[in-house]
Design a protein around this ligand. Structure first.
Ligand code: FMN
Length: 386
């Protein structure tokens, strides 16, 4: 079974193009030892490489390539299996697109193919190759700066919100240096036996957290709080109790966003939608959380039409390196933009994740990169400015 990895990357600024032939010679020898073949395309700025061969060898070489400082912004576009190689002749052939006429360059690349069957466009690997040769996806090549370009410095003039039994997790706009919402997280859930008990406990935790958070929440600040979706359906009068708690906390409903997790299976979608209507009539907004980590996905967006979507940490982790994750998140962002739904990206840990998402149009973020429990928000500063 052959493994294929396809990636694209960007030649580092300080690397002269004339080092490439020497690099290719060495790479060809190493690839031959691992029975890895493929093709390396270069357009003067970007590389595109297809690596094919036994899984172990392909992974070993790809690992070394990712660590190579002569290029950056390595984005894995495809990892797949196939019965045979597409480019079997060479350890690694460098193909400089600039040396070919634009009308015939694609054919010139395909002529290097060795597949027993004719190379066909139905093959995903070749679709990627064609897209690169024709430079059709360039608007999606976000140039992410190196992680150490930024330093994250806790603001010394801000004190984090506190309330007994509630943890606050801010939602931040890092470039605007603004906390745009506070998420209130109730204390530990009890070990309870039945679903009915679980939902009753969840409602109690949410209403208590609302009452406690109310006095700590600055005027006009949006307050975010997660709730189990089935709590809204299963507990009689759940929405009324939430509205009552908001009033007692001296908050206004328009200030409050209830987040339901996409990963919690919404088994009674119609009843859930009726609760959502009730929430919205009371002025409370709805967010679908952990978006992309569950299975309900885009159909839930169409059905429920929330005010916000919080993209989950699972799909965001290392997004700057993963073409498939980038494609999914870009589709969610486009879809939310068409529906005027605000997007929050949660669980940000690395500067590169944040930078990629900013480039894709996300403004609001949560995650350890910016906030730690009990500490002020750490805002990004460029190192030169520090
Ligand atoms: C765009 C690009 C493509 C590369 N392709 C290969 C390759 O196909 N095979 C290979 O062994 N090294 C390749 N290299 C070089 C590796 O990154 C690495 O320098 C080499 O494998 C030596 O690894 P080592 O320093 O861990 O010994 C490539 C480097 C770049 C910048």
């Amino acid at each position: 079974m052959h493994t294929t990895i396809i990636y694209r990357s960007h030649l580092s600024d300080d690397v002269p193009v004339n080092i490439l032939p020497g690099m290719v010679d060495k790479a060809t020898r190493r690839n031959a030892c691992h029975q890895v073949t493929g093709i390396l395309l270069f357009n003067g700025t970007h590389f595109f490489q297809i690596l094919e061969g036994p899984e172990e060898g392909v992974l070993d070489i790809y690992g070394r390539i990712c660590a190579d400082k002569r290029h950056h912004n390595v984005v894995e576009l495809m990892r797949d299996y196939s019965p045979s190689r597409r480019f079997g002749n060479h350890g690694m052939e460098l193909f400089d697109l600039r040396e070919h006429d634009s009308g015939s360059v694609l054919q010139a690349v395909l002529d290097r193919g060795t597949s027993k069957y004719r190379l066909t466009y139905a093959d995903r690997g070749l679709q990627f190759l064609r897209t690169f040769v024709e430079a059709r996806e360039k608007e999606n090549y976000f140039e992410v700066l190196p992680a150490d370009y930024w330093e994250f410095i806790p603001a010394d003039n801000e004190t984090p919100a506190t309330a007994p039994g509630v943890t606050f997790r801010p939602v931040v706009d890092p470039l605007g240096r603004e906390v745009t919402a506070l998420e209130a997280i109730p204390g530990e859930a009890l070990e309870v036996l039945t679903d009915a008990q679980r939902y009753a406990h969840n409602l109690r935790a949410v209403t208590q957290a609302l009452r406690k958070a109310g006095s700590s929440c600055p005027d006009g600040m949006t307050l975010y709080i997660s709730i189990l979706p089935m709590t809204l359906v299963s507990v009689d009068g759940a929405v009324d109790q939430i509205v009552h708690a908001i009033k007692e906390a001296e908050l206004v409903p328009q200030q409050v966003i209830l987040g339901v997790s996409e990963t919690e299976v919404i088994s009674q979608l119609d009843a859930f939608s009726a609760s959502v209507r009730q929430l919205k009539q009371a002025g409370i907004s709805l967010s679908i959380d952990n978006f992309g980590d569950g299975s309900a996905g885009l159909s839930l967006l169409a059905h429920v039409q929330p005010d916000r979507v919080r993209i989950g940490a699972g799909i965001i982790r290392d997004i700057h390196r993963s073409g498939p994750k980038q494609a999914v998140v870009q589709a969610v962002i486009r879809c939310c933009s068409a529906l005027e739904i605000n997007v929050i990206a949660a669980g940000i840990e690395r500067p590169e994740e944040w930078m990629w998402l900013e480039a894709a149009g996300v403004i609001d973020f949560q995650g350890n990169l910016f906030t730690h429990e009990g500490s002020a928000v750490a805002w990004p500063e460029t190192r030169e400015a520090v």
